[in-house]
Design a protein around this ligand. Structure first.
Ligand SMILES: C[S@@+](CC[C@H](N)C(=O)[O-])C[C@H]1O[C@@H](n2cnc3c(N)ncnc32)[C@H](O)[C@@H]1O
Length: 143
């Protein structure tokens, strides 16, 4: 398992939780932007998970942005094994998150269906700012 976050505080809390679950030895944590994923992860992965936005209780100006998220999502799609799954949680309840969500919808909608299945899940009764989830599965024959 590889994990990326630009804030030391987030990396430390991830490390603590992995330690508590006794699985830290299986993890490599980077205090680095996810846009650098392709430089650090060189083996195919069965799953990739993005929890976008800002750190709860942290500095709201340190948030994921579409320009770098796009590069990271492209890397993740490329690293996925056939039938591997990518899950993205987006937070449109703030301006940057809304911009990121809209761009994500455009990007994922344009993925070729011969290579990827794309699912968009959202709460129908929680208002426009509620978190939304995207699930992408790479097809078996995808290269
Ligand atoms: C909703 S929080 C998720 C925190 C933690 N990574 C988790 O999954 O529980 C969003 C995180 O994205 C991080 N972030 C912002 N820009 C980033 C980037 N370019 N690459 C990786 N993480 C980034 C923030 O520091 C913040 O901790």
């Amino acid at each position: 398992m590889y994990a990326f976050d630009v804030q030391e505080k987030a990396v430390e809390s991830t490390q603590k939780r992995l330690e508590e679950a006794d699985v830290l030895s299986r993890a490599t944590l980077f205090c680095l932007g996810h846009e650098h994923m392709a430089e650090k992860v060189t083996e195919p992965v069965a799953a990739a998970v993005f929890n976008l936005g800002w750190l709860p209780g942290g500095d709201h100006s340190v948030t994921t942005r579409w320009e770098t998220t796009k590069k990271a999502v492209e890397s993740a799609l490329s690293l996925l094994k056939p039938l591997g799954v990518l899950v993205i949680c987006a937070y449109p309840g703030h301006a940057e998150g809304d911009r990121e969500r809209s761009a994500l919808i455009g990007f994922l909608s344009a993925l070729p269906p011969q290579r990827f299945n794309v699912l968009h899940q959202k709460f129908l009764n929680a208002g426009p700012g509620a978190p939304e989830c995207f699930v992408v599965q790479k097809q078996r024959i995808a290269g």
